[in-house]
Each structure stands twice: as C-alpha cells, then as structure tokens.
Design a protein around this ligand. Structure first.
Ligand SMILES: NC(=O)C1=CN([C@@H]2O[C@H](COP(=O)(O)OP(=O)(O)OC[C@H]3O[C@@H](n4cnc5c(N)ncnc54)[C@H](OP(=O)(O)O)[C@@H]3O)[C@@H](O)[C@H]2O)C=CC1
Ligand SMILES: C[C@H](O)[C@@H]1OC(=O)[C@H](O)[C@@H]1O
Length: 261
C-alpha cells in the first residue's frame, strides 16, 4: 500500500462510515464532522425521525454526501444482523463508529437486575454484536476500521454507575481482542474514551453548577469537552492517518484520566 501523504492522510473521501447512536449527542456530532471530512454515512439508532433530521443536517453541510438511515435496537441481535445486512446490500462499510450507549446511574447497593441488564445489553453486548456483524464484512473484504466508544469510566472509577463502568471497561478489552483476532485480515479496531461532553446523556448533570465544578476541578484543561472535539480523534482513527494503529484506546478527556493529585 503506498503511504498517503499530507492532508490526504486524513481524508475520508470514498469511505462509507456506519455510526450507531447517530440520532443525537456524540453520534450526531460525529456524523456531521465525518460528513464534512468527506465520508458517506449510514446512520443507525432507534429514533428514525431524529436520524432523518441528522441526515438533513449532514446534506446541508455536504450536498454530494450519500447518507442513509436505518432503525435498529442494538440490544436485539436479529435487528443488528438485518441492519448490517441492509447496509451492506447498499454498499461496502469501510468504518464502523460503535457509539450507541446509555447510562443508568445507581449506587452499587441499589442496582437492580433490570438496570444492570439494560446497561450491559446496550453498552457491551450490543456493541459487541454490532462489531461482530460489521467485522465479518470487513474480514471478508480484508479491510476496515472499527472505532468503539468507551468512556474514561471504563478505565478509572467514576461515581456514575458500576454497570456502566463494567460495560465500558469491557469495551476497552473487547477492542484489544478484536484487534488481535482481526489484524491479520487488515481490520483495525480502536477505541475512543471520552470524559464529559455536553449531550442529552449528560446535560442534567452538567447543569448542576456544583457537579460541573467538581468535574472541571478534576480536569487539567479545566473544562468539559465540546462534541466537535471528538471529530478529529475519530477522523484520525477512521482514516489512513492511523494505518498502523490498532487495539488502542484514545482518551479524549482534557487530561482527566492522568490526574493523580
Ligand atoms: N456524553 C458524554 O459525556 C460521554 C458519552 N460517552 C459515550 O458516548 C456514547 C454516546 O453518548 P451520548 O451521545 O452522550 O448519549 P446520548 O444519550 O446523547 O445518545 C445516545 C445515542 O445512542 C442511541 N442508543 C441508545 N440506546 C440504543 C439502543 N438500544 N439501540 C440503538 N441505539 C441506541 C440513541 O439513539 P436512540 O435513542 O434513537 O436509539 C442515541 O443516538 C455512549 O456510548 C456513551 O456511553 C462516553 C463518555 C462520556
Ligand atoms: C464520563 C462518563 O462516561 C459520563 O458519566 C455519565 O454519567 C455519563 O453517562 C457519561 O457517560
């Protein structure tokens, strides 16, 4: 493979990117940013109406983009299979941004079976089976890049839930094992681990001045992230700029995960 050079390294022109959890928040922000970076998109979530709005926003940014939307509950393996099958029927998938997720913030002594199952089924089981279905397509093609979305909560202890922590730690380790198994097929698997970004998932927490103050005090860059600041890391991991990077977890966290004391 001849090495790309300069700006071409980061171009996503000609690449088709599937993004789960694209109906709002980080997934929406990545859809807009990757559209601007030249990618064609397949947007996946349960809320098709919201996905259609994001599709229109992407087309407003780049009128020649190909943007399709697919409804899928990633907790349902059969829906995942059908969704990936539909996407592949329309064209190859070069990149998967495995982003869909949620949190139920409960103290460990109060976590219910249902809460645990919901978080694990979405953030870990759903993420894995989506990666498995797209990974089979990429292994068959002998090319592809998967970007899983974990959290700093998968690496250090946060007060935002043990189920979430377990799931997101699992995503980091899953990233390494998939990278190990699929590397010989030229499929790269990496992970982005964000600290706090203002989205529908976190806005209630971040609207509490005292809580926000605690977050900022634990963050060397002294602020929460803007969703647009996740686009560069995603473009890097999606593009040829990271052609020799796999199994890596990129902390996009304002330095929070290195903050000792
Ligand atoms: N915001 C933050 O500070 C941080 C977020 N993260 C992670 O980033 C990812 C995105 O978070 P964020 O954008 O903030 O969250 P949002 O709640 O804003 O968006 C979550 C997205 O995931 C989708 N989703 C949730 N459950 C399912 C499901 N069962 N099937 C399909 N799609 C689903 C939602 O779509 P729909 O409801 O339409 O299905 C939505 O598009 C998550 O994995 C989260 O853990 C990690 C660290 C920090
Ligand atoms: C940084 C964490 O992942 C953050 O904690 C929460 O409660 C939200 O769910 C975010 O994911």
């Amino acid at each position: 493979m001849s090495a790309a050079t300069g700006a071409g390294l980061f171009s996503l022109s000609g690449k088709r990117v599937m993004i789960t959890g694209a109906s709002r928040g980080i997934g929406r922000g990545l859809a807009l940013g990757l559209a601007e970076a030249g990618a064609d998109l397949v947007l996946v979530a349960r809320d098709v109406s919201a996905l259609s709005t994001v599709r229109e926003e992407c087309l407003a940014l780049r009128s020649d983009a190909s943007v399709s939307v697919l409804s899928c509950d990633i907790r349902e393996p059969e829906q995942v299979k059908e969704t990936v099958k539909s996407a592949v029927a329309e064209g190859n998938i070069d990149v998967l941004v495995n982003n869909a997720g949620l949190n139920i913030r409960t103290p460990a002594l109060e976590v219910t079976e249902e809460q645990w199952q919901t978080v694990i089924d979405t953030d870990l089981r759903g993420a894995f089976f989506f990666a498995q279905q797209v990974g089979q397509h990429m292994v068959d093609r002998q090319q592809g890049s998967i970007i899983n979305v974990s959290s700093v909560g998968g690496h250090v202890a946060l007060r935002t839930g043990v189920a979430y922590a377990a799931a997101k730690a699992g995503v980091i380790q899953m990233t390494k094992v998939l990278a190990l198994e699929w590397g010989k097929s030229k499929v790269r698997v990496n992970c982005i681990a964000p600290w706090y970004f203002r989205t529908p998932l976190t806005e209630k927490l971040l609207d509490d001045p005292a809580y926000l103050g605690e977050i900022v005090a634990r963050t060397p860059l002294r602020r929460v992230g803007e969703v647009s600041e996740l686009v560069g890391p995603a473009v890097f991991l999606a593009s040829d700029a990271s052609s020799y990077v796999t199994g890596h977890t990129l902390f996009v966290d304002g330095g929070m995960s290195i903050y000792g004391f």
